[in-house]
Write a protein that binds this ligand. Sequence first.
Ligand code: NAD
Length: 460
Amino acid sequence: MSINSNIIEGIFERLQQSFGLGKTRTYEWRKAQLDALQRLLTENESALLAALQKDLGKSASEAYTTEIGFLLSDIRHTKKHLRKWMKAEKVSTPIVAQPGRSFIQPEPLGTVLIIGAWNYPLQLTLAPYIAALAAGNCAILKPSELAPASAAVMTSLIPKYLDGDAVKVIEGNKDVATELLTLPFDHIFYTGGETVGKIVMQAAAKNLTPVTLELGGKSPCVVDADTDMATTARRIVWGKWTNAGQTCIAPDYVLVERSCTSSFIARLEYEIHRQFGAQPATSGDYGQIINARHLERLQGYLHGQDVIIGGESEPGSLTMVPTVILNPDIESPVMQEEIFGPVLPVIEVSSISEALDFIKRRAKPLAAYLFSEKPAMQQKMVEEISAGSICINDTMMFMANPALPFGGVGRSGMGRYHGHFGFNTFSHHKSVMKRSFWFDVALRYAPSSAKKRFLLKKLL
Ligand code: NAD
């Protein structure tokens, strides 16, 4: 669907006007909207699941866990803490400003733009919106055109449940996104790849609009020989092949201690079959690739590689089975680009220290994983590896904790959200000082004198 620039501008101006009228600022309005979004998700569960099945072949369980259920718990957490988050925070006031009181008052930014990605099309559009709404903003949501059924269901349901003066969904491709990016939003929250991230940041700079960029990259996973191999493989299989590997925080590749390569690979194969059966492509629990272009890209990664598990793909059904390759050339595309699909390179290393050096020589990842029972190794990983998130002895589970911020560092992105961090991203923390007329120290006023300077030196 395409929409012309005058209409887009008109929508933006209407949202700005309703922000100006102040209705999004009250606790009552925000809470009522969060309740309405909660109802949208619960009353339309089957329509939402059907859209996710259509776009990405997501099973009902996976779609519920990673999209609808995720959003519902985000809403519950937000509602539970919203009053506290909205409160001004009292801070101390130095003696030179006494008598006086100081506090930090969170305030909404205004009208914000949220650009979602296709791999978790509901979660990545609505979770930032929960934060933006909780913080009292108006918003335009631009879902990814690559997941059209999910975009359509949001376009049809959101006006039925949420305040149309405060939120609008605008569907469209990159032309629509480009048009939106010309407008002077108060914040732009983008989820997607690095190349477009740069375009978003450049466009935002023209209006001095701050940005949050939720990008991706190659998230490494290190496996120590001493680990509980059965549970390690089980958790890696879950983290890698949920959504057929199309997850920004999926383990991109594994660095395994050479002494345990064969036991690790055997457990990996066992777990793939345990979770997705002997024919994963036809398992109801295994997803599909978003489109033919991405499937071809993924097939290309296998050329010249030592494929030790899987490798088959089926363009008709857009499926590629869980695939493992051993010791790929580090210069080959599969190790140079983010895989974002069901191909898992396993690379042998002689020690965990070698694995950590390998990670440190590359761009800072969105997530980094270590499976090891050695406290010293765990500590080394936390201290030495810079990543958006680090998870020890599991994959992706940090997403389940709203007390942890989510976002990248360096090439994997900037800014953060989830829980209070999302509220803060969409708020300005305004400093406020209130003085009284009760007492007025004359030290700072002219005319100056040696005595005043002496006292100022004592005070400052
Ligand atoms: P995508 O193709 O869905 O693009 C993301 C959004 O950018 C879409 O809404 C699209 O319309 C818009 N867009 C495309 N071209 C544009 C342009 N020229 N100007 C402005 N907007 C444009 O998603 P993608 O980029 O294929 O997403 C995959 C990437 O996203 C991977 O790198 C993945 O790791 C990353 N990702 C990150 C997160 C995270 O939370 N950090 C989550 C999901 C995906």
